[in-house]
Design a protein around this ligand. Structure first.
Ligand SMILES: Cc1cc2nc3c(=O)[nH]c(=O)nc-3n(C[C@H](O)[C@H](O)[C@H](O)COP(=O)(O)OP(=O)(O)OC[C@H]3O[C@@H](n4cnc5c(N)ncnc54)[C@H](O)[C@@H]3O)c2cc1C
Length: 400
């Protein structure tokens, strides 16, 4: 597939999720006309908490949305790690001002819907970006002219849009990925995440403030405040065979309590604090697969969906957006080469982060001697050394 120059055709981005909207802003800043299509009829408040580490905030600052996000974010002073077996604390990881001073940007926890809304508002207020909902991108074809055609489905109608490149930001079950020969499919991890948010004043005060990570065999729990500390995000993870391609399957509190039956009473009481649980099956897409083909490039979960055990899924999608735009200045005449360069630039970093998340998927659920060894190492670790272990991840900036 080839085109003669970029003419004045837009770049089409499939997906108005976190990566797609960030890419729209970053590519627009390079001077391109942008069309973002999303198959959803409305961008509804689905989802729960996401973590925005300093590396993600460095990009969001450049995109000019950090101030708008601040009222919805929460920056805990510490992450406390607990044993779900004994109920005792194993370690503290310094966060808050320690990480902000170290990396120059905050470490925030935020509701996905707040992040998406702020990015969307900015995109809609930016001339040269247009957002089309109910538009599922299905194909990209060559034309006899100097551009390509992106094919999309809008209800029963099939539409065409001339473009110079297609960016697949369409998430873990990406359709655009299928257009990339040799692509890797989404792989179910055997773990399911149950999630909810509750008003913080409806739970005992011990759950407010610091973020928490509780470890147990075959299950673990993550909780942290968001929305300026007004709500508590709770994610309970368990090994389970259920899987479906959705972010919001209704989940049953009784089933969850059965999975957490041998946990401390205070944690089980926390799980009882909401009867509005949703669940999603944790899937990954191995980052080693191809992310570009001709005038198509994949970003975010479409390219390399992560298990959430490093809390870097959204951050890596946001980083991709910045680096993709850097490789595609206005006037780029060899777009396929630019997209290949973007892929080369990103692959080793994303693979490293993904491998840490795969490793955590195992160590978080250790039992017996392995759990004992893990817990002993944690107990001996200093709060600051646990926080600086990932300096290369959190200290990244879009200029690197
Ligand atoms: C509804 C929803 C809720 C989520 N909730 C959470 C959560 O609570 N916690 C968490 O850690 N992660 C959640 N995630 C995933 C998280 O947003 C991503 O892991 C991360 O932010 C990377 O984002 P992304 O832009 O690559 O993909 P996503 O944020 O998943 O966005 C993909 C977008 O592409 C759209 N799309 C899919 N196929 C097509 C197509 N063919 N054409 C056009 N558009 C298409 C989808 O509607 C979606 O808006 C959620 C994702 C979604 C879509």
């Amino acid at each position: 597939m080839s085109t003669n120059g970029e003419a004045d055709h837009p770049i089409v981005i499939a997906g108005a999720g976190i990566g797609g909207l960030a890419a729209a802003l970053a590519l627009r800043a390079q001077g391109h006309e942008i069309i973002v299509m999303d198959k959803a009829r409305a961008l509804e408040e689905v989802g729960a908490g996401l973590q925005l580490s300093p590396n993600a905030c460095a990009v969001l600052a450049k995109l000019g949305v950090l101030d708008e996000l601040a009222p919805f974010a929460y920056a805990p002073d510490n992450l406390r790690i607990w044993s779900g077996t004994t109920g005792r604390q194993l370690a503290t990881v310094r966060m808050g001002t320690f990480l902000k001073d170290r990396h120059g940007q905050p470490f925030w926890q935020i509701h996905r819907a707040d992040l998406q809304r702020v990015l969307r508002n900015k995109a809609e207020a930016t001339e040269g970006i247009s957002l089309r909902l109910s538009s599922e991108v299905v194909d990209l074809t060559a034309t006899p002219y100097d551009h390509l055609t992106c094919i999309y489905q809008d209800a029963e109608v099939t539409g065409n849009e001339g473009c110079k490149a297609l960016i697949g930001a369409d998430g873990v079950w990406s359709r655009v990925r299928r257009l990339v020969p040799g692509h890797r499919n989404a792989h179910f991890s055997g773990q399911v995440a149950y999630r909810t948010t509750v008003p913080i004043d409806t739970v005992p005060t011990r759950w407010a403030g610091d973020a928490g990570l509780w470890l147990h065999q075959k299950t673990h729990l993550v909780h942290y405040p968001l929305r300026g500390g007004r709500e508590l995000n709770i994610v309970a993870l368990a090994e389970e065979a259920w899987q479906d391609e959705t972010w919001s399957a209704k989940a049953d509190q009784e089933t969850l309590l059965k999975l957490f039956r041998d946990w401390p009473t205070e944690v089980r009481n926390l799980l009882r604090s909401s009867d509005n649980w949703l669940k999603w099956a944790l899937c990954s897409v191995h980052a080693s697969g191809p992310w570009s083909h001709g005038h198509i490039a994949l970003i975010g979960d479409a390219a390399h969906a992560m298990l959430p055990f490093m809390a870097q899924g959204a951050a890596m999608a946001i980083e991709d957006a910045a680096i993709l735009a850097r490789h595609l200045p206005k006037g780029t005449d060899n777009i396929p080469a630019a997209l290949r360069a973007y892929e080369r630039h990103r692959k080793s970093r994303v693979s490293r982060v993904q491998n840490i998340s795969f490793g955590n998927a195992r160590t978080f659920h250790y039992s017996g001697a392995l759990a004992f060894a893990r817990d002993t190492v944690m107990k001996l670790s200093k709060p600051t050394s646990l926080a600086t272990r990932f300096d290369d991840i959190y200290g990244w900036t879009p200029e690197q």
